[in-house]
Design a protein around this ligand. Structure first.
Ligand SMILES: Nc1ncnc2c1ncn2[C@@H]1O[C@H](COP(=O)(O)OP(=O)(O)O)[C@@H](O)[C@H]1O
Ligand SMILES: [Mg+2]
Length: 210
């Protein structure tokens, strides 16, 4: 259906017989209505996005643990970020001690966690001159596996260290603020924990114990 409306098409103000009123339809009214519809559309989209993100945090499927070869896992992550690291001039190193170290966890889920952490590291390195990311793993002496993601990016102020795990907390213009809360959830479901240590301007280390 198509409406053609001439500029300032004017209807009568009111109709005393039928006791109803009319409105002026002109370009301004149409423009405002379209603006209103756009706002409704944007708000709807925003709400849908919120629901999708909220679901991703609250509806993580139960982990399916398997024995993961950590050097293979690290190789996969390193490969995934290869282009980004070349483009941004980031040196990305991995260390696994011993070489054949394994961990029992849901591989897909742990991949997701490491992807979130490395992505954050890359974003924290933007303003830094010599950019480094280090992914390391070792046994922690209590029969548990410790995986660390370290970067020498901008860091996190001490008073913000717990806030960063709160859903939707972000300091980025286009951040979603769910990467870390989702990661913490995943790690907990896998029977582990995730902690952060940071010295602003020097280094930030996320430690997973699995
Ligand atoms: N490696 C890091 N270095 C500095 N700040 C970080 C790092 N990782 C996370 N952060 C801080 O934690 C916040 C939350 O991270 P995250 O949950 O992944 O959401 P997002 O990346 O969308 O902001 C970030 O906005 C940033 O302020
Ligand atoms: Mg993130």
């Amino acid at each position: 259906m198509q409406f053609i409306v001439r500029p300032s098409m004017v209807f009568e103000q009111s109709d005393p017989v039928n006791k109803c009123s009319f409105i002026h339809i002109n370009d301004e009214l149409i423009r405002k209505s379209l603006e209103g519809l756009n706002t409704i559309e944007e708000t709807g989209k925003g709400l849908m996005e919120f629901v999708t993100k909220y679901r991703s945090i609250t509806m993580i499927p139960p982990p399916e643990p398997q024995s993961i070869q950590i050097h293979k896992l690290f190789h996969y992550i390193q490969n995934l970020f290869k282009e980004d690291c070349i483009e941004s001039d980031v040196s990305f190193i991995t260390k696994v001690e011993p070489d054949n170290l394994e961990v029992l966890a849901d591989e897909g889920q742990i991949q997701k966690v490491l992807i979130n952490l490395v992505k954050n590291s890359l974003e924290a390195l933007k303003e830094v001159k010599t950019k480094e990311i280090e992914l390391s793993a070792r046994e922690n002496g209590e029969n548990r596996i410790q995986i660390q993601v370290r970067d020498n990016g901008i860091g996190i102020p001490y008073e913000k260290l717990e806030d960063i795990f709160i859903p939707f907390y972000t300091t980025k213009e286009r951040g979603s603020g769910i990467g870390l809360s989702l990661s913490r959830q995943i790690v907990r479901l896998n029977g582990g924990s995730i902690k952060v240590f940071s010295i602003p301007g020097k280094e930030t280390i996320f430690t997973l114990i699995l």
